[in-house]
Design a binder for this molecule. Sequence first.
Ligand code: FAS
Ligand code: PHB
Length: 403
Amino acid sequence: MSTTTPTAIPTRTQVAIIGAGPAGLLLGQLLYKAGIDAVIIERQSGDYVLGRIRAGVIEQTTADALDAAGVGSRMHSEGLPHDGVELCVDGQRHRIDLAALTGGKHVTVYGQTEVTRDLMEARATEGLLTVYEAQGVSVHDFAGTQPRVRFTHGSVAREIACDYIAGCDGFHGVCRASVPAGALRTFEKVYPFGWLGLLADVPPVSDELIYVRSPRGFALCSMRSKTRSRYYLQCSLDHKVEQWSDAAFWEELRLRLDPQACDELVTGPSIEKSIAPLRSFVTEPMRFGSLFLAGDAAHIVPPTGAKGLNLAAADVTYLAAALADHYNGHDDEGLSRYSERALARVWKAERFSWWFTSLMHRFPDNAGFGERMQEAELAYLFGSQAAQAALAENYVGLPMVLH
Ligand code: FAS
Ligand code: PHB
């Protein structure tokens, strides 16, 4: 898919972006549109990045950012606008009318893989450099005056000096790990279960997403198109994906779905199957000198609220605007307030993702009082327009405060 022309690797750039996931690629496009020079350094190959199956729901603010980056056209033509989601609790479906409850807002179902593909293709078309398969990436002097990035590519040692480093290298990246321990504070909650995801070329079981709370555990019926479905099952952290045959997955899914969904369910061979652990994680602050963290490098949410990709897009929207103000307007308020602005949004999304995860999943140590609290919260939700409006406005995404 994407390769690197070794001779094109410069010794200096304005912004060195570490990581070519959605955060890094979107930042690269937004900086390009602002006339700011950036190089993306990615440790995997382009095909490997494209092979990761992840998010599926795009908020309006993310759609706006993709449009601003010049890559929104396929999302608009192939993405599926969704005005509602369903919650199925103990076999009873309850529709949350997102559009009616938020004055007409909706989400777009469009896979992260396609977002990444669109961003990669735009970057290649514009001849912008992404160094794939960079090894041993390290970041230096971001607390000093000569920030730079080192790596080897094709066994040649490289160093790129820069003004700023954008750490878009995900939860397991090098950037956050390079910050002195005393300079950051992290907050973490690990959930006692994971999500087993399956992708298959079968029509979705419903026109909208169905979040399921059943006695056997959580399930999610999602999609990538009208012919490709994405399903998730809450599973034990002890499980390995090899333990789950396709037949076992479909059988367990049926046991968690309501009768109507069982009748509509079309099964077929999996294209992809994987288990993801669930955690809530935040790093404070998100800036260290000339190093800025964005996306999963700075925070993780349990995927229940469909916030991970959207938070990454919000972070880089803030960061690109701040860098544009610095280079073009000679105003550094955006840079100095980046962490404060990004974290204000991050913590609200963390709360919603934690709340929705806590509401819809079965917790091993939750029997008794905890389970009654879930049931009371659900009964209140289904009986209250105000509670449903609160869910809806968080699900479609809170507005961005840019200045
Ligand atoms: P990413 O992790 O996507 O990208 C980071 C990039 O940095 C990667 O390409 C990596 O190879 C690269 N990198 C890492 N270390 C490096 C180094 N040292 N040097 C150079 N490059 C380096 N979100 C949802 O909203 N819904 C979901 O259903 C959902 N499912 C998920 C399932 C899984 C298994 C995971 C891990 C995440 C899921 N997420 C989901 C969240 C996910 O979509 C992220 O929020 C999104 O990928 C964030 O994008 P980035 O911040 O770009 O991080
Ligand atoms: C997905 O389609 O992958 C998806 C959708 C909604 C979520 C999580 C994942 O909350």
